[in-house]
Structures are given as C-alpha cells and as structure tokens.
Design a protein around this ligand. Structure first.
Ligand SMILES: Cc1cc2nc3c(=O)[nH]c(=O)nc-3n(C[C@H](O)[C@H](O)[C@H](O)COP(=O)(O)OP(=O)(O)OC[C@H]3O[C@@H](n4cnc5c(N)ncnc54)[C@H](O)[C@@H]3O)c2cc1C
Length: 494
C-alpha cells in the first residue's frame, strides 16, 4: 500500500499530501483548478492580487503544531504580522470601535461601552481560554470514531464544563447587556457557519482566539500560506497535477483501486478525498459504495454561501482597517435569512477586508484592494439580477459607512456567489463552508474521516471533524493521515 491519490489541493489536501509523502507514501494530488489553495485561491487582475477566500489567520498555535511535524516553524515558510487593530467594527449609530491587539485597551473599551464591562470581559476570557485549551486537548485533535466515544466519562464531564450543551447567545447575554458587546462576541460564528442561537456555547472559545492569541497577517496572504504548504508537500516528494478534474473512484469489491480524471487513470492503494464530501460521495462513487444517503444530505444544516465582490479601487480608503465588520444593519434579520427563512437579506451585515492596509504588494501604488462579503443561505438562486442587487446593497452599505462614494473609483470588479462555488469547487448547494457547526454536526456527528463502505478511502477537509476554517483543515489532514497509517499497519499485519 504505497500509492496514495489525493483528490483536491485545498488546505486539507495539501496538508495531507505533505504528511503522507513524509511518511514515505507515493503521493499524487489531482486538482481540478489550475492552482493550489482551493477556497484560498488567488485572483489577479489589473495589478491587484485578491485572496479569494479566507483572510483571517487565527489560531497561530495550530499552524506551529503542524509545521513542527516537519521540524520547522511558520516563520521558516512565511512572515507574520500581528494586526493592530485586530479589526474595526462599525455599528448602527455610525460609530466605530477598534478591537486592539492589547488586552488592556480592550478592557478599557468594554468598560467604556458598559460599566463593569472590563470585569465581565476578564471573566469571559478566562472561561474562553479554559474552553479553548480543554477543547484542543480533548476534542479537536481527537479522531472520533463513533458514539462509543461519548461514553468516555472524562469527555462527558468536560463536555458539560465546556458548555458543549448550552447556547452561545444565552452565554453571552448572561455576561453582557450591551447589544454592541454581544455582537462583538458572536460575529465570528458566521465563520463557523452558525448563528448565535444554534451554536454550542463551547464556541465562546473563539474569544480567546481573537483577544488573546491575536489576529495575524501572513505575508503573501492566505494564498501564500497555501503555496507554502504546496512547496512543502513537493519537497516531501508529492506530485501535483493541476487542471485534473476527477470523474470517478474505481473500485474492486470494498476497495478503491484507481482514480479517473480528465488527465488519465491513476492507480491507487489508498485515496484521500479533500474535495467537497457530498460531491465525492454522490458523484465520484457508485451508489452501492456511498456511506450517506440522499436523505442524510437533505437533513444536514449546510453552512452559508456568500455574495463576495473583489474590488480594485484607484484611490485609498483610509477609514477602513485591515479587517472590518459592518454590523450596522439588521443583524437578527440577516441571521434569520441565513438559517431560519432562507432568502436574500434586505439589510445585510458585511465583512470588508482591506489587505492593502498592511501589504503594498496586493494593489498598485495609491490603489486599494477590497474584499466585500455578505454571508447568505446556501442553495439560493443567484441569477444575474440577484447578484447585482447584492452588489448594490453591499456598495451602498460601504459608502454609508465610510461617508463617501466609491463607485466611480472601481477599476476591477469580480463577483463570486453560489454558482461560482458550485462551478469552481463542486460545492454542495453552493456552500462556502461545508456543514455548519451545530451540536448535531460536531465531532463524530460530522461525516466520517474514513468511508464506511470503501475501506481504503479517507476524507480530510472542512466537512469532517474538527470542521470549518484553515486551522481545522490542517488538523483534519493530520487525523486522516493517522487513520490511514493505522489502516496500512493493520493490513500489513493481517
Ligand atoms: C469566502 C471565505 C472566507 C473564509 N474565511 C476564512 C478565514 O478568514 N479564516 C479561516 O481560517 N477560514 C476561512 N474560511 C474557511 C476556509 O477557507 C475553509 O474551511 C478551508 O479553506 C477549506 O479547505 P478544504 O481543504 O476543506 O476545501 P477546499 O479549499 O474547497 O479544497 C477542496 C479542493 O478540491 C478540489 N476539487 C473539487 N472537486 C474536485 C474534483 N472532482 N477533482 C479534483 N479536484 C476537485 C477543489 O477545486 C478544491 O481545490 C473561509 C472560506 C471562504 C469560502
């Protein structure tokens, strides 16, 4: 069992390829697009370089732990700058607030907004840090194989203490009265594909990530991190074939024997699928070899898609920080339109990234590189009219926020919505993020790392445990690698 074919060169596929090649496997990565990174692809036009997907480099410890497996550190691969402010939040009343890289300033900010806020934040962060450490030690790096794991007493005790079974919005509401502070502590749930009323209170751990571990900018952007992993995997001996859409996984009995793609047939002793789980199961495998039914997928809570626009402006927009949250509009309505009554929001909350605030290489001199994102329910019809309407909503919200018009300054403009996620990545219902982090889609309740029907087929990416986000996909790759190596050993001893 030497030859491993990896389907997809997203973060999950790149990380798994590097790990497996280091173990001595003969690794070939087949990627349908023409570059590595998957959702973290790069788009270049008119002198602008856009990170197409992720832009928040969070949980630096996870990256450190990953590179340590290769005897290196992130700094050996790319530079990192801690962002200060970490991000800027624009509220209803037109006021903006900076979350700083420094705890004392954040305590003062909370106290200013709500008397007693500093003490409440200290308490909240202490709990958040405990949750983070315990979750990392006991849940996140763990290979959950099934419900049996829940019988682990230790896990149940910690699950209760970690607030795995409480609701995030209630936890925050108990600690803070001011609506702005509540929003500040729950905005990042959208990145987990969840709303405050559906997310387990465990995700309060994200406050530790934001406030203590910090928000960082990797030099070269998130695509630069993906390219570092690509180079690392190649150095370990992995081969890459781009422009190679996989069309089928070939089977003999319960085992995969080869992978068919537009560039040929690749014999395999094992397959690691990084492409969207639903696509692999429903399109690349024959009916009898699927672990999950159509009904299973129909009942999943799919994480949001997004209406994104990449904008190249021919002038600076100094009112914006690197990361900006425009929460001045109908926050509750927007969450409802994503999770409860799927539809296009009327008054969306937006995320605006301005990487040119930090990195001059991403835009021509005197210009600005902007990424505007409005999360939207997966599966919506995004015809041309709907897309243009979303663009108009986003531009007007941004113009209101910065107090000036920008339409006349747009030199580059590219929209990316549901249909692009589906066409570019084979995304299930056009989702940006896979499956939401609801309690019922956590740990072993997420789709399995190993196929239940095809013994030598493994999965690594945002659909599996531990879940969504670049750091999580690095961990997923390590768990899948461990599972694959254990399977090889078992087979060798059989
Ligand atoms: C707009 C956006 C913003 C985000 N922001 C952040 C953020 O700020 N911070 C953060 O940590 N995370 C963020 N995320 C989440 C993070 O980007 C993802 O969780 C992560 O990149 C997913 O990686 P993956 O390897 O699971 O999947 P992907 O990146 O989707 O990789 C899967 C790969 O499989 C390929 N593929 C699909 N089908 C086939 C086929 N048939 N044959 C060959 N190849 C195939 C695809 O082309 C793709 O390259 C964001 C995501 C999006 C979309």
């Amino acid at each position: 069992m030497r030859r491993v074919v990896v389907i997809g060169a997203g973060f999950g596929g790149l990380a798994a390829a590097a790990l497996l090649a280091k173990d001595g496997f003969d690794v070939t990565v087949l990627e349908r697009n023409d570059q590595p990174g998957g959702r973290a692809m790069l788009y270049r036009e008119g002198g602008f370089s856009f990170d197409m997907g992720p832009s928040w480099y969070l949980l630096p410890d996870v990256f450190e732990r990953f590179f340590a497996r290769f005897g290196s550190a992130p700094a050996d691969h790319y530079g990192l700058t801690r962002l200060d402010p970490a991000y800027r939040v624009f509220f209803d009343d037109g006021q903006s607030t900076d979350v700083a890289a420094d705890l004392q300033r954040n305590l003062a900010l909370f106290e200013r907004i709500e008397p007693g806020g500093a003490g409440a934040l200290r308490g909240y962060l202490a709990r958040s840090e405990y949750q983070y450490r315990a979750a990392m030690d006991r849940f996140v790096y763990r290979d959950f194989r099934g419900a049996g794991d829940l019988l682990d007493r230790d896990l149940i005790v910690h699950g209760v203490r970690l607030r795995l079974f409480g609701r995030m919005d209630r936890l925050v509401a108990r600690a803070f009265r001011d609506d702005r502070l509540r929003k500040l502590l729950t905005y990042n749930l959208v990145f987990l594909g969840c709303s405050p009323s559906r997310a387990p209170a465990l995700y309060a751990l994200m406050a530790h990530a934001d406030f203590n571990l910090g928000v960082w900018y990797p030099h070269g952007g998130m695509n630069g991190v993906a390219r570092s992993l690509y180079r690392l995997a190649k150095r370990q001996g992995a081969r890459f074939v781009f422009g190679s859409p996989v069309t089928a996984i070939r089977l003999r009995g319960q085992r995969a024997t080869a992978v068919d793609s537009a560039t040929g047939r690749y014999p395999a002793d094992a397959v690691l699928a990084n492409a969207d789980y639903h696509h692999v199961e429903r399109t690349l495998l024959p009916a009898g070899a699927r672990s999950y039914s159509a009904r299973y997928w129909a009942r999943r809570v799919v994480a949001p898609s997004a209406c994104i626009v990449y904008l190249g402006l021919d002038r600076p927009v100094p009112a914006l920080a690197h990361h900006n949250l425009l929460l001045q509009n109908g926050w509750d309505d927007h969450f409802r339109s994503i999770f409860d009554r799927p539809g296009w929001p009327e008054r969306p909350a937006l995320y605006v990234c301005r990487p040119s605030a930090t990195d001059p290489a991403v835009a021509p001199p005197g210009s600005e590189n902007l990424f505007l994102m409005m999360p939207a329910a997966a599966g919506l019809r995004d015809d041309d009219a709907a897309r243009e309407r979303c663009l108009g909503l986003m531009l007007r919200a941004l113009e209101r926020t910065i107090g000036e018009g920008i339409e006349g300054s747009i030199r580059v403009r590219r929209l990316f919505t549901h249909r692009d996620f589906a066409a570019t990545f084979n995304a299930f219902r056009g989702t940006a993020l896979g499956l939401a982090h609801t309690l019922r889609q956590t740990a072993f309740l997420r789709p399995s790392i190993q196929s239940r029907r095809v013994a030598n087929l493994f999965f690594a990416g945002q659909y599996t445990t531990p879940g969504i986000g670049v750091p999580m996909t690095l961990i997923a790759a390590a768990i899948a690698r461990d599972r694959m190596v254990a399977a090889v050993r078992r087979r060798a001893h059989a």
